[in-house]
Design a protein around this ligand. Sequence first.
Ligand SMILES: [Zn+2]
Length: 483
Amino acid sequence: MYGTLYRRVLLPLFERGLKGRQTLRYWREAELSQWWDASRLREFQLQALRNLLRHAAETCPAHRERFTRAGVDAGSLHTLEDFQRWPLMTREIIREQRFELRSIAPFRLLTKGTGGSSGVPLQFDLDEASHERRIAMTHRGYGWAGGEPGTKQLYVWGSHVGQVPRWKQLKSSLHARFNRHTMISCFDFRPETMRGHLERWNRCRPEVVVAYTGPLYELARYVEQHRLEVFAPRSIIVGAEKLHDFQRETMQRVFGAPVFETYGSREFMLIGAECERHAGLHLSMENLLVEILDDQGQPVPAGQEGNVVITDLFNYGMPFIRYVNGDRAIAGFEMCPCGRGLPLLKQVVGRQLDVLETADGRKIPGEFFPHLLKEFPAIRRFQVVQRDPSLITLRLVTSEAFTDSDRAMLTAEVMQKTGTETEIVLDFVDDIPLTRAGKLKVVVRELPDDVPADVSATEAVEPGAEAGGRPEASPSETPILPG
Ligand SMILES: [Zn+2]
């Protein structure tokens, strides 16, 4: 079978032989450590944290200064609770001090960007080893859902935005073949393309479907409404947005497979994933230290909602230490009946991005915009507003680096998705006000005939639910793409 051949021979040859990576070793180790008891895992975290803080103080100028100002040093970290004295990091700090936050030690860095479901685009760096550790975490987490490398996977995901050079297209398609991945672009969901997407699904006969939550739910409803035949995969892995119970039920009914929720972001890749018990999201604990804090930076009691704060224990190239990622989650890390020592994150209450509609009937998932706008570094903040199907307004806070050609390119890219019947207006503003919760609503949809119908029909969305993981994560952020 290709799956076994892939895991035992091809993947090791590629990863270790060709690329000199340690991904598979990290993965093997993670498969063992998930069964350690919680106290051993916490001890592992404490040790890793001490090393990270020492490294940051010694080699990252901005961290050293921040630690000194807060009067903290790694030598005084005796328990994980001591860590509460360390200062928090925001997206703004990273934007302003990206280069000073990097280590001066010679790491080979990878640069990533995120459009930010919080509406603040960001560029950041990570070192190669930490990238390999993240991929290992994703292999493990997807494996809980039967989606380990080598399985035949169909992605219902955001595709490349903008002009992709031919060599890049070719490289992607070779990678996809090698990894047995097929792709359906959820940025291309229109009445006239839906059947084509389903045909692709049925031809592919995937073992596992990996999808953005919202678009897959939309596809499920389309199948149901039109009474279409659809091939049943073994399991479905969803991410990038919060998964509501009514969505899980519909997908399971229509696609005939269990749904596994994941939570991840561009900054850290897989943060948590469900195991076969579906009791919550097991944290990628060997890699990430996750805290849920109130607005004053204090831990919130179990059962209450707070801000998600994450420390990456191994990104030595550019340490993320107590980074407030903009998501909200319910506190209280319980253990899972499956016996793994990794505690569960009960629930992510993220940001749910609305779907926009165009005059010619296309539906554009809100995720499209963070995905596109991350390609424009001069955009500091954005918000997409639709109050009428014939008009979409992009409110933008830009720096002086935003050029006329940026303007033309942005309009052209949006219109390619929306068609010519919907007008696109770029509205340059000095600021975009935050919601009362201190969040930026990235997509505002207030169409005249909007009734929250299909939500209220099944169950109420939790009050204040603004969304899940990060929408702009693309398949290249998942275990897959070598290279
Ligand atoms: Zn479990």
